[in-house]
Design a protein around this ligand. Structure first.
Ligand code: UGA
Length: 441
C-alpha cells in the first residue's frame, strides 16, 4: 500500500520506517528541506536506537523515501498519516493544533481517489471532526475518511513498541477506512496484537487517558517514596509488593525525580484544559501535574542536604541530563530544574550525558561538559545521578572516590545498593529508601 507520512519528526519517522518494514511503500514528508536532505543522506535528526539502520534498510529496498512534496505524495497514497507536532500552546497549556490544521489543508489539495487520513499526532477530542471539516471545506469533491490512530511509542524503545505493541487503537466510523487500516496493520494482526476499534472521539481520548494514567502512577509512587523516607520504609519493595497484584501491575512504579519528556507534561496539561472546558475537570490529573512540577526542583534540596546544607562555591558532578536514557531529548527533563536550582544556590556544575549534551547546551547555561563519567567527577564535591543510562550502572566507585573531594553520591534513580555504597564509605542518598528512624522516648 502507498502511504504518505506527513511530518518526519519522532513519531513520523519511526512510524514511517516501521510501516515500510511491514512492506508498505512510505513517503515521509516534511516542510523542513534541510531535514529531508539530511535524511536522504542517512543522517537521523534524533537519536533512537535502531532507527538509522531501519531507515537505511528500507530506503535501500525502495520502500521508504523522503520528500518535501506533500501534494505529490498524497496524490499517490491510499492512506495519509498526520504526524506533526502538537506542542503546548504558549500561555494556556492547550494543545497547539495549528500544524495539524495546516497539514489538513495541504493534504486536501492532493487527495485523489478514496483516501484515509489518519491522525497519529496526539490531538484533543474533536480534532478529527475539525480535520474532516477543513478537508471537506477545501475540497468538497474529495472522497476520504478521517481516522484516529494514536501512537503509544516510548522514546528509546519506539521501534519495538511499534512492532510489538500492547494494543493498536483505531477510531474509525467508516467501513472502507476500517478495511484500509486493517490492511496497513496486517502484520500485527497476524501476530495477534490486540486491536481496539472504536469511535474517533473515543480513540482520541484514549491516548490522553493512557498518558495521564501513567503519569499518575509515577507520581503516586513518588509520593509514597517521600513517605518511605520519613517512616524508614523501602519504596522499591513497596512497588514490588503492590506491582505483583495484577490489577496494579509492576510497570511505571519506579520512584525518581519526576517525569519529563515531550509527552507526559504536555499531554496532562492538554487533558486538564479539555476537561475544564467541558465542565468535567480531571482533578486527579491536575494534582499530578502540580506535584510533578514541584518535585523536579525539590530534588535539588536532596543534593543540598547531602552536601551539608550548602553548595555555594562547590562543584557538583551530574551524570545523565536527558529526561530518560536512550534518547538525546532534553524536553522537560528533571535535570533542567535540578541543575538550575543548584546553580541558583551557588554551585558550579560538571555534566556528562552519553547522548544529550548538544541538546543540554541549548537549554541550560554555564555547564562544564565532560566526555566520560570519571573526568566529570574530578575535584567535584558530590556526584548526582539524574538519568539511569546503562553506562552509569556499574561505575568504579573506588576510582570515583579518589576523584571526588568528598565521597557524596545522590542517586535519584535508585540504581545502586545503599549497603554496598555504605561499605565503600560513600555518603549515599537515594529516593524513598529510608533508614529506620531511632525509637522514640
Ligand atoms: C510516553 C509513553 O510511555 C508512551 O506510551 C507514549 O506513546 C509517549 O509518551 C507519547 O505520548 O508519545 P515517553 O515520553 O517516551 O513515552 O517516555 P516514558 O518511558 O513514558 O517516560 C516518561 C517519563 O517518566 C520519564 O521522565 C521517565 O524517567 C519517567 N518515569 C517512567 C519514571 O519516573 N518512573 C517510571 O516508573 C517510569
Amino acid at each position: 500500500m502507498h502511504i504518505a507520512m506527513v511530518g518526519a519528526g519522532y513519531v513520523g519517522l519511526v512510524s514511517g520506517s516501521c510501516l515500510a518494514d511491514f512492506g508498505h511503500e512510505v513517503s515521509c514528508i516534511d516542510a523542513d528541506a534541510a531535514k529531508i536532505e539530511a535524511l536522504k543522506a542517512g543522517k537521523m535528526p534524533i537519536f533512537e536506537p535502531g532507527l538509522a539502520e531501519l531507515v537505511a534498510n528500507n530506503v535501500r529496498a525502495r520502500r521508504l523515501s523522503f520528500s518535501t512534496d506533500l501534494v505529490g505524495a498524497v496524490r499517490d497514497a491510499q492512506a495519509v498519516f498526520i504526524a506533526v507536532g502538537t506542542p503546548s500552546r504558549r500561555g494556556d497549556g492547550h494543545a497547539d493544533l495549528s500544524f495539524v490544521y495546516q497539514a489538513a489543508r495541504a493534504i486536501a489539495a492532493g487527495l485523489d481517489g478514496f483516501t484515509v487520513v489518519v491522525t497519529k499526532s496526539t490531538v484533543p477530542v474533536g480534532t478529527g471532526d475539525e480535520v474532516e471539516r477543513i478537508i471537506r471545506e477545501t475540497r468538497p469533491d474529495a472522497d476520504f475518511a478521517v481516522v484516529s490512530n494514536p501512537e503509544f511509542l516510548r522514546e528509546g524503545a519506539a521501534i519495538d513498541d511499534f512492532k510489538r505493541p500492547d494494543r493498536i487503537v483505531i477510531g474509525v466510523d467508516d467501513k472502507r477506512a476500517k478495511a484500509v487500516m486493517t490492511e496497513i496493520y496486517r502484520p500485527l494482526y497476524l501476530n495477534k496484537a490486540p486491536f481496539v476499534f472504536t469511535s474517533r472521539r473515543t480513540s482520541e481520548l484514549t491516548k490522553y487517558a493512557a498518558n495521564a494514567f501513567l503519569a499518575t502512577k509515577i507520581t503516586f509512587i513518588n509520593e509514597i517514596a517521600d513517605l518511605c523516607e520519613q517512616v524508614g520504609a523501602d519504596v522499591q519493595d513497596v512497588a514490588r509488593g503492590i506491582g505483583l497484584d495484577k490489577r496494579i501491575g509492576s510497570k511505571f512504579l519506579h520512584a525518581g525525580p519526576g517525569y519529563g519528556g515531550s509527552c507526559f507534561p504536555k499531554d496532562t496539561q492538554a487533558l486538564i484544559k479539555t476537561a475544564q472546558d467541558h465542565g468535567a475537570p480531571v482533578r486527579i490529573v491536575e494534582v499530578v501535574a502540580a506535584v510533578n512540577d514541584q518535585r523536579k526542583r525539590a530534588m535539588a534540596r536532596k543534593v543540598l542536604t547531602a552536601c551539608g546544607g550548602s553548595v555555594r562555591g562547590k562543584t557538583i558532578a551530574v551524570l545523565g541530563l536527558t529526561f530518560k536514557p536512550n534518547t538525546d531529548d532534553m524536553r522537560e527533563s528533571p535535570a533542567i530544574s535540578i541543575i538550575t536550582a543548584l546553580q541558583d544556590c551557588g554551585a558550579r556544575i560538571n555534566a556528562y550525558d552519553p547522548e544529550g549534551m548538544d541538546q543540554a547546551r541549548q537549554v541550560i547555561d554555564d555547564l562544564t561538559f565532560f566526555y566520560d563519567p570519571y573526568s566529570c567527577c574530578e575535584k567535584a564535591h558530590a556526584l548526582v545521578i539524574i538519568t539511569e543510562w546503562d553506562a552509569f550502572r556499574a561505575l568504579d566507585f573506588d576510582r570515583i572516590k579518589s576523584l571526588l573531594v568528598t565521597p557524596i553520591l545522590v542517586d535519584l534513580r535508585n540504581i545502586y545498593d545503599p549497603d554496598e555504597l555504605d561499605r565503600k564509605e560513600f555518603d549515599y542518598s537515594c529516593v524513598g529508601r529510608g533508614k529506620v528512624p531511632p525509637l522514640g522516648p
